[in-house]
Write a protein that binds this ligand. Sequence first.
Ligand code: ASP
Length: 333
Amino acid sequence: MKNNKWMFKRVLVSVLLVLSAVSGVSAVWAQYPDKPVTLVVPFAAGGPSDKIARDLAEALRKPLGQTVIVDNTAGAGGTIGAARVARAKADGYTLLVHHIGLATAPALYKKLPYDTLKDFEYLGLVNEAPSVLIGRTTLAANNLAELRKWIADSGGRVNLANAGVGSASHLCGLMLQSALKSKMVAVPYKGTAPAMTDLIGGQVDLMCEQATNAVPQIEGKKVKVYGVSSKERLSLPSLAQTPTLAEAGLADFNVTVWHGVYAPRGTPPEVLARLNAALREALKDPDLIKRQEALGLHLVTDARLSAAGHKAYVQAEMARWGKVIKDSGETAE
Ligand code: ASP
């Protein structure tokens, strides 16, 4: 009898300890975020990924009630920044804003320092951006037909800038070379912002770049535009006359770049729910909508803004691009 009482007391104490620990933990997460949140961008400042991350950081400030900082960890086509977040503390204070490269890198890199599907929590897809094929202003070609001829006559010496293996510009460049059946010299940068500086300066010839970064330069006549990479023309007045690459003769050419937000695997569900709610709120921000639309981009408001929808979409993109990349024979160390 005495023994039973003793056992009962011990069990009761253990249950109370567990309960207080659990409620203590959720009380900690209930205060999230109580310090600034960092968005890691795996490309150079001033490029398309940086732009959406900075606009998002601004729009997230109110729903999160905290400052949101953008930190550029550029290099190796976005894989260095992605690996940094995969290894970060899973506490909701270090997040990743990454694009289509998260889905294409597994097919390109022989060894990747993270697993796209296992090492991240998916917070939602945020935007979609068409790309455009642009060239230095000193190129004689004024349309895609003239450009094709110039490329064909160049004997493989055309310089095609990109933001590293696995970047959107690299992927679009692979598609371009395969559609034209012409090899070009890929020139990798840490992002398309520094690549754009060189394109404007005439150090490289061509680049496939997201509208985000390209539209202001096209409108300022700092680069020439040859075609739009997505299915539809851009609805911007300045680009209404620019044909899609498919219309201009490159059958089925369709590259649309998307960006999503990720947390390290194991981030507490309460924090993920808080972040997803804040993201949904942020994407309704009229200022963010206006800035995105002015560049011909779309914010995502469909099922891909949920964890399950986002992950399913990335899986589908991995399958789609995995095949294209395999057929191209392209690999990276
Ligand atoms: N997202 C890259 C950047 O922001 C560009 C790219 O992937 O092509 O520089």
